[in-house]
Design a protein around this ligand. Sequence first.
Ligand SMILES: CC(C)(COP(=O)(O)OP(=O)(O)OC[C@H]1O[C@@H](n2cnc3c(N)ncnc32)[C@H](O)[C@@H]1OP(=O)(O)O)[C@@H](O)C(=O)NCCC(=O)NCCS
Length: 170
Amino acid sequence: MKLVRLSPETELNGFDCGDEDLNNFLVEDAKVFSEKRIATSFILEDEGHIVAYFCLLNDKISRQEVVNSQWKRIKDSFPDGKKFGSYPAIKIGRFAVSMRYKGRNIGTDLLNLLKGMLNDNPSYSAFRYLTVDAYLSAMDFYQKNHFKVLSEKIVNEHTRLMFFDMLELV
Ligand SMILES: CC(C)(COP(=O)(O)OP(=O)(O)OC[C@H]1O[C@@H](n2cnc3c(N)ncnc32)[C@H](O)[C@@H]1OP(=O)(O)O)[C@@H](O)C(=O)NCCC(=O)NCCS
């Protein structure tokens, strides 16, 4: 298997993760999002099959969207004089594993690859957290992968904001 960055030439055939929105995003939107610099997509391939994909974009964690207890923990992890109203993050905009490959630890391996990739190749711009608007049905998956709930608020009825602290990797 290999992870490739989506390019205008990437063939996007026959991906089904069981969720229509995520399937359609890959075919209809991923290339435009990349071209217009809204989000960058990465594809995990195996002999011509798309096993999984995810996309990334810049984000921030702001005081207003975090429950008080969680915000206190976040703030306490920064020294005095460095306690700001928001901190930089990268958002996992989409994350999906093909039905054919589900339950084989591929989602976990891919999340670990993503974390390592971002940690080993810091871009010119700093970020501290990974964020994701997790489907309620996928919260257990993210919790098993050390993401925590950021906000109790259910966004769009079926997602909840979760985060991972990159300093947990160091
Ligand atoms: C959620 C998803 C990415 C997980 O990928 P996966 O490769 O099947 O996950 P893994 O095999 O690495 O699972 C790791 C653990 O999370 C659990 N898990 C995975 N998906 C789960 C789900 N939907 N609900 C509850 N637990 C789940 C697994 O049981 C496993 O637990 P274990 O280690 O105790 O056995 C995949 O099921 C998927 O693409 N779902 C549809 C799209 C989606 O929900 N994407 C997330 C958008 S925010």
